[in-house]
Each structure stands twice: as C-alpha cells, then as structure tokens.
Design a protein around this ligand. Structure first.
Ligand code: SF4
Length: 450
C-alpha cells in the first residue's frame, strides 16, 4: 500500500454525544490540497459520515506508515472528540505523531500540550505552510521544530509556542479551489452530514478572517489576530468561487451555503452574483449576512438566484441599543424592516436570526426583541425570524475581557470547555440574567417566532 505522509481525521462529537456541529472544518480540504501541491501526500477521513467498519484507523496508520495524524479541534464542542481520538490512536499506535489545530486548539495550545501527552503538536491558526514545514522537520528528526511557523510543541525545556507568522492569503486560497475534495477517502462523498454538508447544503467557505469584532464571536478580527496571527481578511476571488460552484454542480451539488460574511461591504457578493448570471449558473444559495443587505445586493439576489435561495441576517438583539453595543455592523430596526420589505417585493427569501443573553441586555431589551419578532410575524404573515442562544466561545471579546462586558464566566480553561453538556450549557451569565433565565427567555422567543 502507498505510503501516506499526512492523515487528517475529523472525529465529530465525542462518542455517544449528539454532534451539535456536524460539518467538517473546511480548512482540512485546503491543507490537504496545499500539501499535495507541494509533493506531500495527504488524505482526509470524516468519521461521522463513515460507513460501519469503513476505516480501521490504526491499521491505516501502520500499513501506510503515516508520518503525522492531524485532528481538528476547531469549534469548542469538538475539542473533547479530538482529544479522545488522539488518545485512542496513541494507545493503538504508540509511535504515531499527532497534531491538533483549529480555533479552540489555537487558543488553548499550551494547555493541550501540558495536559494531554497524546498530542505532540498544536498548529495555531492557518496550517498549510506550518504542516508542510513540520513534516519536513520530522523527516530530519525534528531538529528544526523551532523554525516551524505557528507551531506549538513539547521539547526538553517544556512547551514552546513559535511565533504565529503565517496566515494563508487570498491567492493561496483562490488557487486551492476545491482540489481538497479529491483527498477525502470516505466512499459516500455527498452525505447529508459529516463532510462539508449541513442540512443537505454544501458549506462553501469563501474567506478567512473577519473585519469586525462582535462581542460573542470567537472568529472575529482580534481573536484571529491574537490566536492565529491573522491580520486582515483573505478572500477567494469571485471568479474562482464561480468556477468552484460549476465544479460542484457537475458533481450534482446545487445547494450551497455561504457562511458569515467577513467584510462589511456588499461589493464582493454583487460581483459574485453578476458572474453567476454571466455563466448562467443558478445554484440554490443560502447566504449568511452579519450586516444588513443593501438595496443593490437584494436586487442582484432577486435577479441572479432562484426562488429556493435565501439570506439569513444575523441581527443579534431586537433592541438597537444592544445591537450597537455587541455587533460590529450596526443598523436600525427601521432599516431592517425596510430591507425585509424590499426582499419580499423582489422575491428574495429573507430570514432574521435573533439571540438573547447578549451582554448589557435588560428585560426591556429582551421585550424589544419579542416585540420585533411579533411585528415581523404580523407584517409578513409567515415566520421570518428564528432565535438562538450562543454558548461562550473561547477567544471571543467577552471571553477575553468579561469585566468590560459585565458578564460572569463559568468557563475559563480548556478543562471547563470539555465539561460542557448540551446546547443550553452556555458557560456565562450577564449582569441582568442567569443562564437559566437566558434559556427561559430563549424559549419564550422561540414560541413568539413560531
Ligand atoms: S459575527 Fe460575523 S461580523 Fe461579527 S465578528 Fe463574527 S464573523 Fe465577524
């Protein structure tokens, strides 16, 4: 059997737990493609979508003489599964080298290396060049580990955190396209869950980084700079995104989700929609927007996309005061309602996502959200909004500076995050509401939105 340099394994949730985040982080595709382009062999296995008995991981590692196993601990809810898998593999194949990566691993790199001996390395931030250099270093007996960018490693003197000096740029991401899909070993490449699909939609990540800094978001500007060394947003060019959509369409995948937009301007999406029209491509798109869509963007959405497509606007609170204090992109409720009316006239399906439990929220603000949800129901007849609560994200502004936001954290360390259970275990309370009260408020809003 052909030797394999680098094996990425996505574990999903810890055994026996509901996988609250079923999507494999898209970075795995980019890293595998980058390594292959640099003559390093790579493969990806997604365990949640594997058939029964499809993969004998210890057998593969031994037979293909895998030099490095990489496990994503990206979202905090996946960190427990990643550590458990690392321990299982180290027990089964004691000499195997294991690296963790992703946001959560980046934030808690030192803690992971000190407390989890099964993990040999943590790659903080982007992993394309660091993994290439790490594999090169392992080939020479690990002598140059200190020069691998973004690497955290355990040496005789303890844990060393190398500088986070690498972040993939727009040209790198654009050039890699969807090449990484070829390296996924799962036989079912288009399952509903577990690879890059959520609710049957392919999650296409068009960018890395964000220009904003919302209070509860662990992927915002400052978090990315602190944890990953990223300065600025890297975007795939609209032309390359359209090429990738055509490739997905040729594979029979026509439903695509574009997650949270990293730039406040609509220009990128408008350029993308114009190109889609020019190429006569009409995928079913679900576009998530952190800001308010302009009238121009809504018109292009109406023109370029079919009736099945939709946008989701993440509004945060229904109280303008709370939105201003917590979200990077502010708009008024009048602006939001005007955009929804225009979307409705243009035949663009629009959904607004609200949350409760944001810092500084009072009962009056919570009632303002309920009133706005009711108003939307009255005006648009059908439900136009959904409600969610967020659990504390490592690296988010409120995690790093709880006093500034007037919140009390119940989780500070990796160990605390590993102990969380269920979607209502949020890990913080605000000046006005306990966790239990936030959940009660959420359930009230959910009923109001139905
Ligand atoms: S919620 Fe959106 S705009 Fe805000 S920091 Fe996160 S990705 Fe950026």
């Amino acid at each position: 059997m052909k030797e394999l340099d680098c094996l990425f394994v996505y574990p999903g949730a810890p055994a026996g737990k509901k996988n609250l985040l079923p999507i494999m982080p898209a970075g795995l595709l980019a890293m595998a493609a980058y390594l292959e382009r640099n003559s390093v062999s790579a493969a990806i296995i997604s365990l949640p979508s594997a058939l029964d008995g499809e993969f004998d991981l210890p057998g593969i590692i031994r037979e293909r003489r895998v030099k490095l196993v990489c496990i994503p601990a990206h979202w905090h809810r996946q960190a427990g599964g990643a550590l458990r898998l690392a321990e299982q593999l180290k027990r089964a194949v004691p000499g195997v080298r294991i690296a963790l990566g992703g946001y959560t691993a980046s934030r808690f790199a030192a803690e992971i290396l000190k407390e989890h001996p099964a993990v040999d390395f943590v790659v903080r931030g982007d992993g394309e060049l660091p993994l290439l250099k790490l594999l090169g270093s392992l080939g020479t007996g690990g002598r140059s580990l200190g020069r691998v960018p973004n690497l955290a490693w355990r040496g005789k003197e303890g844990v060393t955190l190398n500088r986070t000096s690498y972040a993939a740029g727009s040209a790198t991401l654009t050039g890699l396209g969807l090449a990484g899909l070829r390296f996924v070993l799962n036989r079912r490449l288009t399952p509903r869950r577990g690879i890059c699909f959520e609710d049957g939609m392919f999650t296409y990540v068009q960018a890395r980084g964000c220009a904003d800094n919302c209070s509860a978001c662990g992927g915002g500007r400052d978090a990315q700079r602190r944890m990953c060394g990223r300065r600025g947003v890297a975007l795939k060019s609209p032309a390359s995104v359209v090429r990738d959509f055509a490739e997905l369409a040729a594979m029979g995948i026509k439903e695509i989700q574009l997650p949270l937009n990293p730039l406040p301007s609509d220009a990128y999406y408008i350029a993308l929609l114009k190109l889609l029209m020019k190429k006569k491509l009409r995928p079913v798109l679900k576009i998530e927007l952190c800001g308010l869509p302009s009238g121009k963007l809504l018109k292009w959405l109406g023109r370029a996309l079919g009736p099945e497509s939709k946008i989701t606007i993440f509004a945060g609170s229904g109280s303008e005061k709370i939105r201003r204090l917590n979200r990077g992109r502010f708009y008024t409720n009048a602006g939001l309602m005007a955009a929804l009316r225009l979307a409705s006239r243009l035949g663009v399906k629009a959904w607004t996502a609200f949350t409760t439990g944001l810092p500084f929220e009072t009962r009056r603000d919570f009632l303002a959200t309920a009133a706005l949800v009711r108003r939307m129901r009255r005006e648009f007849k059908i439900g136009r909004s959904g409600v969610y609560v967020f659990s504390l994200e490592p690296g988010s502004p409120l995690f790093e500076d709880p006093e500034k936001y007037g919140v009390t954290l119940r989780r500070r360390t990796l160990k605390d995050f590993l102990a969380q259970r269920g979607k209502y275990d949020m890990g913080y309370s605000t000046a006005c509401f306990t966790e239990r009260e936030i959940v009660r408020n959420l359930k009230f809003l959910e009923k109001t939105a139905r």
